[in-house]
Design a protein. Structure first.
Length: 299
C-alpha cells in the first residue's frame, strides 16, 4: 500500500536558499579600526572598495526531504553540492532564504572530529563522544565499529596513531564511527567512493539500515553506481541552481546525457566468414576443371 503524502514527516526544508562566499582581495583600507567600522556600516560598498570577490555558490535552492529517504546530490565539479551539504549541517550561514531541520544533522567526517596523533581506538571514543553518544554505548558498539571499518583486516592498526593510516583507512574509520549512531539526518560526502567493493557494499547496507531506523540520508558522490544503488531520489545541482529533483533513474538519465557519461553500446564485431564454406570455395577455385566438350559446327 502506497504511503500517503500527508503521512510523510519532513526532516529538511530548504526555502529559496542562497549561499555566498566572500574572498578577500587586495584593496586598501584593511587592518585599521576605521576600516573595520566601515565594513560593518557599509558592507557592500566597503567590499567593493577592498576588492572582495563574491562567489554565489548556491542560488535559490528549494526542496523538502522526508523521513526514510536516501537522497543523492549530483552535479559537475563546483556546482555547489558540498556547500549545500555544509549549510544543511549548520556549518555555513545562508545569505538569504532558510533551512529548517527536524533533529540534529550530522555531516560525515566533521562530527567525528578525529585527531591524527591519537590511536584509532582513542579516536573511536572521541568521534562517538563528539556525536553525543554516551561512553557506555560507544563501548558496546566499539568492536562493531572496528569490524565494519576493516581496519584490522591486515594487522592491529586500530592501536596505531591515525597518522600512520592511508587516506582510505581513515575515511573508512570515519564512516564507521558516523554510521554507529542512528542519525536524524546523515550527510555523507563521497564516502562510498572510498575503499574496496566489499566496504562499499557494507556502507550501502548500513545506509539502508539507517533509513529504516532513523531519518534521512544525503549522499554526495560522483560515483553514479553508488547513487543508483543507494538512493531512490536525486537532486541535481548545476552552477549552484537546482536543475532537477526526482526519481533516481529519471534524473540520472538526464544528467548522464548532459555530461556525456553514458557510453554508447559497443559495436558488435563483424561476423567471421564461414571457414568451411571459404575452404570449399577456395578448393573449388584451385581444382582444375575439365574442358567443356567441343561442339562440331556444321560444314
Amino acid at each position: 500500500m502506497a504511503e500517503n503524502v500527508n503521512d510523510k514527516v519532513p526532516t529538511v526544508v530548504a526555502d529559496r536558499v542562497d549561499i555566498v562566499y566572500r574572498v578577500n582581495g587586495t584593496g586598501a583600507g584593511r587592518g585599521s579600526a576605521t576600516a573595520a567600522l566601515n565594513r560593518i556600516l557599509r558592507r557592500e560598498q566597503t567590499e567593493r572598495a577592498a576588492g572582495v570577490r563574491r562567489v554565489h555558490a548556491v542560488k535559490k535552492v528549494s526542496f523538502v526531504a522526508y523521513k526514510g529517504e536516501a537522497i543523492g546530490l549530483i552535479g559537475t565539479n563546483g556546482s555547489g553540492k558540498s556547500t549545500l551539504l555544509k549549510a544543511v549541517a549548520g556549518l555555513l550561514p545562508v545569505e538569504s532564504g532558510h533551512i529548517y531541520t527536524h533533529g540534529q544533522p550530522s555531516l560525515l567526517g566533521v562530527n567525528a572530529a578525529l585527531m591524527n596523533d591519537l590511536t584509532g581506538e582513542r579516536n573511536v571514543f572521541l568521534g562517538g563522544l563528539a556525536m553525543g553518544m554516551p561512553r557506555e554505548q560507544i563501548k558496546e558498539r566499539y568492536q562493531d565499529i572496528v569490524d565494519f571499518s576493516g581496519i584490522n583486516e591486515k594487522g592491529d592498526f586500530i592501536t596505531l596513531p591515525m597518522r600512520t593510516y592511508s587516506s582510505g583507512m581513515a575515511a573508512r574509520l570515519r564512516f564507521s564511527i558516523a554510521a554507529a549512531k542512528d542519525h536524524d539526518v546523515l550527510l555523507i560526502d563521497e564516502a562510498l567512493a572510498t575503499g574496496d567493493r566489499s566496504f562499499q557494499k557494507r556502507s550501502e547496507a548500513r545506509i539502508r539500515e539507517l533509513r529504516r531506523h532513523a531519518g534521512t540520508v544525503f549522499l554526495v558522490s560522483h560515483n553514479n553506481k553508488s547513487i543508483r544503488d543507494t538512493c531512490e531520489r536525486v537532486l541535481w545541482l548545476e552552477r549552484g541552481e537546482l536543475r532537477m529533483d526526482g526519481p533516481t533513474e529519471e534524473v540520472m538519465k538526464e544528467y548522464e546525457a548532459f555530461t556525456g557519461d553514458k557510453k554508447p553500446a559497443p559495436k558488435k564485431p563483424a561476423p567471421k566468414p564461414d571457414a568451411t564454406k571459404t575452404k570449399t570455395e577456395d578448393t573449388k577455385a584451385d581444382t582444375p576443371q575439365p574442358d567443356a566438350p567441343k561442339v562440331a559446327l556444321p560444314s
